[in-house]
Design a protein around this ligand. Sequence first.
Ligand SMILES: [Zn+2]
Ligand SMILES: [Zn+2]
Length: 329
Amino acid sequence: MIAARLHAARDLRVEAVPPPEAGPGELLVRVEAAGVCGSVLHVWRTGAFVTRFPVTPGHEVTGVVAAAGDGARTAPGTRVVMDSKVPCGTCPECRAGHPQRCGAIGFLGEVCDGGFAELLAVPEAAVCPVPAGLDARVAVLAEPAAVAMHARRRLERFAPEARRVGVLGGGPIGALCALMLPSTTDVVVAETDPARARLLAAAGLQVTDALPPGFRADAVFDCAGFAGSVASAMAACAPGGIVMLVSLHHGPETLDANVLLAGEHAIAGCHVFEDELPDTLAALAADPARFAAVVTRQVGLAELPGVVAEAAAGGHGGLKTIVVPEGAT
Ligand SMILES: [Zn+2]
Ligand SMILES: [Zn+2]
């Protein structure tokens, strides 16, 4: 089969490899679509998080079950999405049902082969069936949309009264966070790239180029992760407002603790997602057209190395790029 294999940082090759087989308790899945994520670009640039090279990246995956290994019960032909998390399963956090807090967590496409391939084998416990009729080009958003659903749940837990919400950064995660909030929320997305801003507006979102100090949000989602973005998010909050950390940062952030203290702000980390995949798929299936606008480019596996290099260099003002293997329908 054809797969995109990362041999080292900045060395992604599309090549023929032996197809995987479904071991006991595993499913062999024929990939219909896999999303290109900011973390894929980070891994491409640095080789970070990869435990063995070469590895097939891609952790936002949907496909159809082609075969079931011994003991696996999912019927061939079932469309599924993959849980991207590979937690240790035994630490106190894992046992308490918070695998996203596992100190030893790894991810699909980094510690095992992911979805930039025609086929992949995954544990049956790591798949979630897709609601009937939901197109693969929307179902492929389940993983990043679950990140947005988790952030929404965290907001509802810590600030259930929040109505005026800012989203800093209008990439795919920022867009999905904004789209996933209830319709009663007044959401404004800050995005400086004009091409992205147009796509966000076309998706029905309120867009601005910045959330100014004095914006007085009840909550601001940091989906940008640039140096200083946490302080910017806090400055855009009203006193008592909360900053939801959704994006990974590339280094430590500097904060004025007295601003935090005097404004009685809170900061809540939101790491990937917990068990929100089924509810996320239900949300996608309830309004697929709303979410379909996030997918703005479709490429084949052969184009992927060029697409990743271009995106890592800051090119392309789109939202989510998905890979549809040549021959997948
Ligand atoms: Zn991702
Ligand atoms: Zn664990």
